[in-house]
Design a protein. Structure first.
Length: 158
């Protein structure tokens, strides 16, 4: 599926955000071939590559790499939360409470937790987000609480 890039006028600035504001992404179907392809290149562990080996492993079945889940989450965030200047993280906490598995339909739920205008850089501020990636049953497969840098509209001249 191809998604059109947003125009500059569609981008969100710090001044456009509010605490409690939420964003929900489209759904991303996760298949065996995609799991194996990512794992082959970036996380070649048996429980990501081989169904028989995965059955005997900790997860009792094939699972997506946590890094694969993070990459899917990033793609969905870029499409769903169009921050001016992009999604520039400056630290956070990443958790994988449940594994993502073949057949899961992943969706991102993002909530603005905190907005902090910079005291020293009037052209920007930071926002704390809680990014929850969930499967079709509502089970959380990733939670990322992150602080991101966001441009201010007033300082940008737009």
């Amino acid at each position: 599926m191809t998604h059109s890039p947003l125009l500059a006028a569609d981008r969100l600035f710090l001044d456009d955000l509010s605490v409690g504001q939420t964003f929900i992404s489209r759904t991303h179907p996760l298949g065996v071939a995609e799991i194996r392809s990512f794992a082959t290149e970036f996380d070649p562990q048996p429980f990501h590559l081989d169904e028989s080996a995965a059955e005997a492993a900790f997860f009792s079945g094939l699972t997506a790499s946590g890094w694969h889940t993070a990459a899917i989450t990033m793609r969905l965030m870029v499409e769903t939360v169009p921050l001016a200047g992009g999604l520039i993280g400056v630290g956070g906490e990443l958790l994988w409470p449940s594994p993502a598995r073949p057949g899961d339909d992943l969706k991102v739920h993002c909530e603005v937790l905190e907005i902090m205008p910079s005291r020293t850089r009037p052209e920007r501020g930071s926002v704390k987000l809680c990014i929850s990636t969930r499967n079709q049953r509502g089970e959380e497969v990733q939670r990322f609480t992150v602080k991101v840098i966001v441009a201010r509209r007033a300082a940008s001249g737009t």
